[in-house]
Design a protein around this ligand. Sequence first.
Ligand SMILES: *Cc1c(COP(=O)(O)O)cnc(C)c1O
Length: 383
Amino acid sequence: MDIIKNDIKFIANTYKRQKAVFVKGKGSTLYDSEGKRYIDFGSGIAVCGLGQRNKKWLNATIKQASLLSHTSNLYYTKPCVSLAKILIERTGMEKVFFCNSGAEANECAIKIARKYFSDQNIHKYEIITLINSFHGRTLATLTATGQESMHKHFAPFLEGFKYVKAEDMADLENNLNDKTCAVMLELVQGEGGVNALSYDYVKKVTEFCKNNNLLLIIDEVQTGNGRTGMLYAYMQYKIQPDIITTAKGLGNGLPIGAAIFNARCANVLGNGDHGSTFGGNPVCCAAAIATINQIDEKLLESVNEKAKQIRDALKNCSKVEKISGLGLLIGIECDNAQEIVKKCLDKGLIVLTAKDKIRLLPALNISKKELSAGLKILTEVLK
Ligand SMILES: *Cc1c(COP(=O)(O)O)cnc(C)c1O
C-alpha cells in the first residue's frame, strides 16, 4: 500500500508531515518502512517520555487490556482510582478529573474556574492567558491560546479571554477587571517557541492571583510528567497553583489527560457537571501508573544531567544562536529550522520545531548511547 499517497487522499490535510513512515521502535530508536534507523529526539511531541515499548509500561498495558478494556464512568474500576491516588500523593493536590487529551484537560480547568465563582453567585468568568501561549484546538482552548494567527476562520470565538505579554506585570494589572476569574499559563511555552518564564515573574503572578481572588491554572500538558526535571514544572517554580492540567507524557503513548486541583476547587464539579466517556479508561490508566511510577528521583536527576549534556554539546555549534527551555524541553534558536529538521531526518535524527526554533524533546530515559548518537548528528548539522 502506498501509505503516503493514501494518507493524502483519505486523511484530512491538517498536518504537514515529514516524509517518513515509521513502523516500529525500541527505546529512543525508531525504524521506518525501509528499515532505516532514527534516533528520536521528539518522543512523539513529549508523549513517549519512557520511549517505545518500555517494558513495565508494555506489561501493565497488556495485562489490563487482557482483563478489562472499558466500562464507562458509570462504574468503579481500580486503575483510575490507583492513578488518581498516585497523582494526588505526588502533587499534594486534592482531586483529579480524567480525560483524553491536553485540550480536554484545559476545557475542564476553564469550566472549573467559571463554576468556582458561579457557585458563590459571583459573576466572574474572564481568564487571562499569555500571548504566544498554546492551550489546545477545541474552540474554548483555541480561544485561550494567545496566538492571533490561530484566531481566524472559526469565529465567533468564546467570550471571556484576555491576552497579556509574558514578563510584563503592568500588562497583567491593566487587564484585570471585575470579571476576571483566573490566570492560565504554561511555565515553559512549548508550541509558542520554548520560552521559559522567569521565576520572578511567575512568583509575582502567583501573588497577583492571591491578592485579587483569582484562580491560578498551570497548563502542564507539555511541561509535565518529568519533562522539565521535576514531576511537574510548578514544583520547580515553587508555586501552589489551584489547578494543573496535563496529558502528553502521562500515558507514554496512550491517550490520557488530567485536570488536577487543590482543596479550593475540590468540590466545584459535582454530579453531571462534567464528564468523558473514555476518561479514566482502565487501559490508559494502567499505562499511566506504569509511567508515573518510573518517573522517580533517579530518573529526574538524569533528566537534568542529560539536559546539561545537550546544552554543552550545542554550545560550540556556530549555527546555534541561543538555547532556551527547561530540562529536556529545549529550544534552539538558529536560521531556517525547517531545513535543519529535514537535514537531521536525512541523517537519522528526529527533531521538532516550535515557531522558528528547533525543539528537542528526547525521552527522559534515553540511553547514553542513543543520546550521543543523536547529538553527533545534531552537532554536525548545526556545526
Ligand atoms: C499539546 C498541548 C496542548 C493540547 O494537547 P492535545 O492533547 O493536543 O489536546 C495544550 N497545552 C499545551 C501546553 C500543549 O503543549
